[in-house]
Design a protein around this ligand. Sequence first.
Ligand code: GLA
Length: 395
Amino acid sequence: MVVPAALRAVREFVTAYGREPTHLVRSPARVNLIGEHTDYNDGLCLPVAIDRELCIALRRADDLPAAGTGIGAHLRLVSEQDPTPAVVPLPPPAADTPPPARATGWARYVEGVAVQLAATGLVPWQGALASDIPLGAGLSSSAALELAVAVACTHLAGAVPAPTELARLAQRAENVWVGAATGLLDQLACVGGIAGHVLRIDCRTLTVTPVPLPAGLAVVVIDTGSRRQLVTSAYADRRAECARAARALGVPALRDLDALPADAASRLDPVALRRARFVIAENARVDVVAGALARGDAETAGRLLLAGHRGIRDDFEVSGPELDAAVAAASGAPGCFGARMTGGGFAGCAVALVDRDRLGPFTAAFQPAYSARAGREAVLHVCSAVAGTSVTALR
Ligand code: GLA
């Protein structure tokens, strides 16, 4: 029997601490339908918070430290996936603590969020973490963790920050503490999720507009099983290339262009030209897909996803063989309106829009087609759109 992450987190809490948790924080993964690598270009994106979640069962613990631990007040988070807990002393480390003295692994995200919240006041707590979000798959398990910790900390301290404020502080934790120069897409999607809706996000104004997902349309996340190292340096390269293109074209960000100027080829080097061409077209696709979904036009939405995949593969050059294989296999399967790679790129997941009534034939045709192309198996997640990070009191 599959035990949901929420229940596993509660059980784990009881096992670890010998008492009951008082609160449960639930934080979803996200998948981006279209608008990839647009967030740091001040552009538009269209993510959806999905029903694969990370949960923290927790309890305020003013009685910490336990006798004999030798440490003062702290946050302590155990995880079902790692025997070593994350422990953050209170007050947390100073913001200018050099990287060698910072936590490592998943504990960095916990510590990074605590560092960002230091000025607002933190209370000690104990927590237990369980997650159904695949790691390294591009579904933002890190944003889900950052937001879960931020909501846990602020709720127990009696604060109710606005969702955009939470998203920004989680992003700062990732940028300045973990050292990954990511945009705001993941955090805004994770905290801003609305059941049954995709989110049209304007990354310049931080406006989030819900767009209903047609009831007959399934969002199928295809975990290709591929994972890649060194993605961070390629991501930083893309950011730099986009900034270079915007500078050469005389705009604050590529978002400010509706089309490439006629003389773009003489103002940009070939690489910057390809990057700019993708970002400008991708940004425009977001509103077309949002409009199509709003009127239930899955054909148009699917066609745009396929166009987005071609652009990200050929012009932005962040696809990968397994992602291309998944998109080819999905788009040839019955019931599929369109598919594309999703997330930062190179490996991880693709996303497909599939007719709910044809999920059986879709899956039956997809799996052998993918294995034949990629030489491995994929895991399909048929997802629902869910609410963003939340906290509830337990009993
Ligand atoms: C990663 C980053 C996001 C965004 C996407 C690409 O997921 O964390 O900020 O840039 O890549 O759209």
